[in-house]
Write a protein that binds this ligand. Structure first.
Ligand SMILES: Cc1cc2nc3c(=O)[nH]c(=O)nc-3n(C[C@H](O)[C@H](O)[C@H](O)COP(=O)(O)OP(=O)(O)OC[C@H]3O[C@@H](n4cnc5c(N)ncnc54)[C@H](O)[C@@H]3O)c2cc1C
Length: 486
């Protein structure tokens, strides 16, 4: 067995672990980061950017949001079923963290954006080739890793942590890991920070802790390696656990990574029905992926069908979609019909096309009469108003002209949320709410601030939480080690 020495060991190199590593190293700690994968970044390599409040980008873009307004909105949304002190500290530090990322770590931001019209412009999208693009999170993670290394941190890749070690007095004193050759590595240290990103790739834990069934009623991103290791290790080391949830969204499981025009068109606020052929949501809310995911997961079979006709499709192909977001963002969807036809020819079960509503219903497994009734009612409301869910009349477009198109949306999740109980300084607490000496945690392993539903109204929220709690953990671990040495 190899042994190493450090002040602080960080387990997991996503945005929370990288920020914790960078912060602790900046504070003079000798830090070893253990990463299971052969790259840093975790789930955030697929993301676009973190939340910030009170930033230069927001004042440059005349965005009206401050900590007080964001905090009040947040606690109202969560009905105060949250750690309000942690939320306040996170929001209060989020502006300075964007500045730190930009000026100290070297991350360039394209600006501060809304995710959808009803949200606030808190999403600080990392610049990709100087503008908005996907996967800017990977660029941020690369900068964080480089900055941590410049400050002396060591990153050990393909070295999963297995166990947190404690001494006779109950203080954390090291981590047991296994390197890529299968050899055991023991890193002796004074403090450990857990940042393993939750259990998105652990269907058993998801079922046990949230009730969702992977590829039954939950089609979550299963980022390889996110097995809940940190939650298990922290609990074995004395941590209290918290309720766990998923970061809810909705998804076309077989099309989300196909041509962008397919999800972009079907996520427009047209007609959405359930397996009974009935509307169940004001389709304007389809832009809020958590709200729509919640509503879909509440339906029979956990499925929602988005339906358009060829007049709507043609209008979008000619003039662009009604509502643009930065994830499925092409305004130009001219290739929609071609893409749908190719998808159907390739047996994609997510998309369906038919010449009549009856045929569409049959292909979707909905009672044809029920769907015809719903379409008739909807079309009538398009001429007056939506007296069922009060949708804005500008989005009320009748479903009349063949061919008709439908897409089958399912509940999805970016990952899991929560598992390890921490306080606002990212100290891990035991069942008595006393700190476990030398143990800290951050990121999604600890994130229970949203109550029952992820808060997309202030976008960039999880990555923002991860980077900020990572820095809190880095600071707290450094303070703890310094206090031990005094
Ligand atoms: C497609 C997609 C897009 C997203 N976009 C955004 C966005 O734009 N804005 C936003 O706010 N959020 C976004 N998110 C969510 C955000 O990326 C995550 O919340 C965030 O990455 C979580 O960070 P983390 O550090 O807690 O965990 P992760 O990023 O998941 O990192 C955990 C790391 O721990 C490592 N690890 C696991 N077990 C061990 C072990 N035993 N030993 C050592 N290492 C281990 C993993 O390999 C991984 O590298 C997105 C998520 C997805 C999937």
């Amino acid at each position: 067995m190899k042994t190493m020495e450090a002040d602080v060991v960080v387990i997991g190199g996503g945005p929370s672990g990288l920020s914790a590593t960078a912060q602790a190293a900046e504070n003079g700690m000798d830090v070893v980061l253990l990463e299971k994968a052969n790259v840093v970044g975790g789930a955030a390599n697929m993301g676009m950017g973190p939340l910030g409040i009170g930033t230069k980008q927001q004042s440059d873009m005349m965005v009206d949001i401050d900590v007080e307004r964001a905090f009040k909105k947040f606690v109202e949304y969560t009905h105060w079923r949250t750690d309000a002190r942690l939320v306040k500290k996170y929001f209060e530090n989020s502006g300075e963290t964007i500045k730190w990322l930009e000026e100290t770590v070297g991350v360039e931001f394209a600006g501060a954006y809304k995710y959808f019209p009803k949200s606030d412009a808190t999403w600080h999208i990392v610049a990709v080739n100087g503008g908005i693009g996907r996967n800017g999170g990977a660029i941020m993670n690369k900068h964080l890793a480089e900055y941590a290394e410049e400050n002396g941190a060591k990153i050990l890749f393909e070295t999963p942590a297995k166990k947190i070690l404690k001494d006779d007095e109950g203080k954390v004193c090291g981590v047991l890991a296994v390197d890529k050759d299968g050899e055991e590595v023991q890193v002796n240290c004074k403090a450990v920070i857990v940042a393993t990103g939750g259990a998105g790739d652990n269907p058993e834990m998801i079922k046990e802790r949230t009730g969702y069934i992977f590829h039954g009623n939950m089609f979550n991103f299963a980022i390889p390696g996110l097995k809940g290791d940190g939650i298990r290790m922290a609990m074995e080391a004395g941590a209290a656990t918290t309720p766990m949830n998923v970061e809810m969204m909705y998804i076309l499981p077989n099309s989300d990574f196909g041509p962008d025009c397919i999800p972009s068109v079907f996520m427009q606020p047209n007609l959405m029905v359930n397996q009974l052929g009935k509307r169940f949501i004001n389709e304007e809310e389809m832009q809020n992926t958590t709200f729509c995911g919640n509503a879909i997961s509440f339906q029979k079979g956990a499925v929602g069908y988005s339906i358009i006709d060829s007049r709507i499709a043609k209008q979008y192909m000619k003039k662009g979609v009604d509502v643009v977001n930065f994830v499925h963002h092409p305004e130009d969807v001219a290739d929609f019909q071609e893409a749908v036809e190719a998808s159907i020819a390739n047996d994609n079960p997510d998309v369906v096309m038919a010449d009549t509503i009856e045929e569409l219903a049959q292909k979707l497994g909905i009672d044809p009469e029920a769907l015809e009734d719903q379409v008739d009612e909807y079309n009538e409301m398009c001429e007056s108003r939506d007296t069922l869910f009060y949708k804005d009349p500008k989005f009320m477009k009748p479903i009349e002209k063949a061919p008709f198109y439908a897409a089958k949306f399912r509940p999805g999740a970016y990952g899991t949320l929560g598992g390890i109980k921490i306080d606002e300084d990212a100290k891990v607490l035991d069942d008595n709410w006393d700190p476990v000496p030398g143990l800290f945690a951050c990121g999604t392993d600890t994130c229970t601030i949203y109550g029952d539903s992820y808060m997309f109204l202030l976008p960039g929220n999880t990555m923002g939480y991860c980077v900020n709690t990572g820095r809190f953990a880095g600071d707290s671990a450094a303070d703890y080690v310094n206090d031990l040495e005094d």
